[in-house]
Design a protein around this ligand. Structure first.
Ligand code: FES
Length: 163
């Protein structure tokens, strides 16, 4: 129930409403992707079924349609995440320029598998589809920041700087 949800604070509602306002009232479901992103971020980086239900109720749309969006797009996570997300692009340009090496390096050095979180909860390692910065492959999205032409050493430096 959205009205009972502690997460749907006035600030969160206002942030979602700002996206709803971009569409005619009968199209407010068009705001589903930003709404999910806002709620996910407010919830520590992942979406529960309850939260997806709340987004559906808020946008007057079927819950199943919200689940479909949340499971189709890689930027939504349906399980608890580490404090940071290290997203390595595994599409063709990045793969040809060493993304697999980056992933193997992180897996070995930090004891984490793709999709998993380090034992200390510091970060979750993810493989993602093309991030649209192929010219500078390999590309890693660390939380919201793109890092390009990464070597394992450069990625280590980034990870070592995470709290
Ligand atoms: Fe990695 Fe496009 S293939 S950014």
């Amino acid at each position: 129930d959205v009205d009972k949800s502690e997460l749907f604070t006035p600030e969160i509602r206002a942030a979602i409403d700002a996206h709803i306002a971009k569409y005619p009232p009968e199209w407010k479901q068009s705001a589903v992707m930003p709404a999910l992103s806002i709620v996910q971020e407010a919830n520590g980086g992942w979406l529960t079924t309850e939260l997806m239900d709340d987004v559906a109720a808020y946008l007057d749309m079927p819950a199943v349609s919200v689940y479909e969006v949340a499971t189709f797009y890689g930027m939504y996570d349906l399980e608890p995440q580490g404090r940071h997300k290290v997203c390595v692009c595994n599409s063709i340009s990045c793969m040809l320029n060493g993304s697999e090496e980056l992933i193997e390096h992180v897996e070995h050095k930090y004891g984490v598998k793709v999709g998993g979180t380090t034992a200390d909860g510091r970060f979750t390692l993810k493989e993602v589809e093309c991030l649209g910065a192929c010219r500078d492959a390999p590309v890693v999205l660390l939380d919201k920041v793109y890092h390009e032409k990464l070597t394992p050493e450069a990625l280590d430096q980034l990870i070592d700087g995470l709290e």
